[in-house]
Design a protein around this ligand. Structure first.
Ligand SMILES: [Zn+2]
Length: 219
């Protein structure tokens, strides 16, 4: 894989998202490439050495996940006290806000977990280098429902990569198309039965299935 050597952001054109998702599964759970299944992303995250914690990240539920690349403090929200609080976390910690996840496009905890796995898998070198060049800056990424206008170009590129690759890990193209072929999916029609069934098979949200069907040219 190529990196921009100035900042270590990987070059991944959208046309290669499927390939990267396959590489990821080949490395961590190759069985998911053989037959349609619910990809055990919690287990994969654990095998990658990630410590997944479910916490509230913001008052407005607009941050749905975070990956921590170096030991350090991170601000989280305490809904009972109604206050932001700074807490120390170890590198390789993934934080998921279950309330905020519901507000995302895909509305699915598994997708968010896959998204954070992509950040660790592909973006840790970038954040490692940030640690050397700007030691006072935080070395974690917070994933927001709406990307902020002041996000850097690098952050936007990496966020797009994680958004694009995560559902492809949970619904690899070949097995997804195979599973979808068992249903009579008709372009331009309502295909709720198929969408519901595929959401069950892959254990993802119905919105995720709809987006994936469209990407694969099936809807
Ligand atoms: Zn993200």
């Amino acid at each position: 894989m190529d990196y921009n050597m100035n900042n270590l952001v990987p070059y991944i054109p959208a046309s290669e998202y499927d390939t990267v998702a396959e590489e990821f599964l080949n490395e961590f759970y190759a069985d998911a490439l053989k037959q349609p299944m619910a990809v055990p992303i919690e287990r994969i995250a654990k095998d990658m050495g990630l410590d997944v914690q479910y916490v509230c990240l913001s008052e407005e539920s607009d941050i749905y996940g975070a990956t921590i690349f170096t030991d350090g403090a991170l601000e989280i929200y305490d809904p009972e006290e109604g206050l932001y609080d700074t807490k120390e976390f170890k590198r390789k910690t993934v934080l998921i806000d279950p309330q905020a996840v519901k507000k995302t496009n895909t509305g699915c905890k598994h997708n968010t977990l896959a998204h954070e796995c992509v950040h660790w898998y592909k973006h840790r070198l970038y954040y490692k280098m940030q640690g050397y060049t700007m030691p006072r800056m935080a070395r974690y990424c917070k994933c927001r429902i709406d990307q902020l206008p002041y996000s850097t170009e690098e952050e936007n590129i990496m966020e797009s990569q994680a958004i694009g690759i995560a559902p492809r890990i949970l619904m690899p193209r070949a097995t997804f198309v195979e599973a979808a072929s068992q249903y009579d999916i008709v372009y331009g029609k309502e295909n709720w039965q198929a969408i519901y069934a595929l959401a069950q098979v892959f254990d993802v949200s119905k919105q995720s299935v709809m987006i994936r069907l469209e990407e694969c040219g099936l809807l």
